[in-house]
Design a protein around this ligand. Structure first.
Ligand code: RAM
Length: 342
């Protein structure tokens, strides 16, 4: 029996070694093919926002040619999941890593290790602290996003009533920065009759976001408005509002994917929301990653600009952040058009 177990183990080890050799062989073949390998690491898989970002990355890869785009993400949006993915990308000697980070600081040591190994690292969408990346690509100005979300809700509520924020994860760089600016905007005297009751986290998971929304309705019976600055959170909140019979009684705005929010915009559950074009974001992040590899750029300076294909010139700003543009505002008048695209 013992001998049999040994034999099985030996066979298994052989199989493992063989499959490993096969995987390595494949990698070498593609490196030998002279392709630039760019890894896109997203907050988590299964988020339609990142599927659209991925689509944009593939667009850039196709246009440039000679690019292998590797799309990866953990199953849930955690820094730990991203760290282990990056660890293996370092071992695979990819040329560049573009990442939407689940934590500002926790990823710095591993991305520093990647850069020390000659890999070009940029963050996009949700940033890594400046030490851990060459540049960060922001879809829009953080301050503009945060403030405009409050401005939209203020207008929908006639500047009166209790409000709450339903965010993604508690560590997400992008949402936390937007929330900081939302709170600053709320200091303006015109919001004196609006009160922020709570900030809750749905972790960019539909079911958790839905439960958090239901929890808000229960805990704050006078709630009049919700801002959800996450495509996953806003769609789950819209569904929760309808299921609880609160659509129209509690106003909802945030950052939503038009294709997911179309029905809720058309039926008035969410009258107005914002977002940028995620396809353009993925295109630009991939294009920039390619340019850093092609010209072997390991650091950038403020004012430096890049020709990013169909997006034109993008310029590096403060803290090496490249800001793309203003978000679109969606309502009944234009949702059909955008929902057909992303
Ligand atoms: C979610 C993610 C992403 C964010 C959008 C608005 O899909 O949290 O990082 O940019 O929402």
């Amino acid at each position: 029996m013992k001998r049999l177990t040994g034999l099985v183990l030996l066979l298994a080890a052989g199989l493992f070694a063989a499959s490993f050799a096969f995987a390595t062989g494949q990698k070498e073949a593609s490196a030998a093919g002279g392709k630039i390998r760019i890894a896109m690491v997203v907050k988590s898989l299964g988020n339609s926002f990142f599927d659209a970002v991925h689509q944009g990355g593939e667009q850039a890869a196709k246009e440039i040619g000679n690019i292998d785009l590797i799309y990866q993400g953990p199953s849930t949006p955690t820094a730990e999941g991203q760290i282990s993915l990056i660890d293996s990308l370092i071992a695979q000697h990819v040329n560049a890593i573009e990442i939407s980070a689940n934590d500002t600081d926790a990823l710095v040591p591993i991305t520093k290790k990647a850069m020390a190994a000659g890999i070009k690292v940029i963050s996009f969408d949700s940033g890594i602290a400046p030490d851990g990346r060459i540049l960060h690509l922001a879809a829009s100005s953080d301050e503009f996003i945060g403030r405009s979300e409050v401005q939209i809700l203020g207008k929908l509520l006639n500047y009166q009533g209790e409000i709450a924020i339903l965010s993604a994860t508690a560590q997400a760089t992008n949402q936390n920065t937007w929330i900081k600016y939302m709170k600053q905007e709320l200091q303006d005297p015109k919001y004196a009759n609006m009160k922020l009751d709570a900030v809750v986290y749905g972790d960019d998971l539909s079911d958790k976001s839905y439960r958090e929304a239901m929890g808000l309705f229960k805990s704050y019976p006078n709630l009049k408005g919700i801002i959800s600055p996450t495509t996953v959170g806003i769609a789950a909140t819209a569904k929760a509002l309808e299921d609880a019979g609160l659509a129209g009684k509690i106003q909802l705005t945030g950052l939503g994917l038009p294709s997911q929010m179309k029905q809720y915009i058309l039926d008035g559950t969410c009258k107005e929301m914002e977002l940028w074009n995620p396809i353009d974001l993925g295109y630009s992040a991939t294009y920039l990653s390619y340019l850093l590899v092609k010209d072997n750029i390991s650091s950038v300076t403020q004012g430096q600009s890049f020709d990013v294909g169909k997006m034109g010139k993008l310029t590096v700003g403060d803290e090496n952040v490249v800001v793309m543009g203003k978000p679109f505002v969606f309502d009944k008048s234009n949702i059909d058009k955008f929902a057909a695209i992303y």
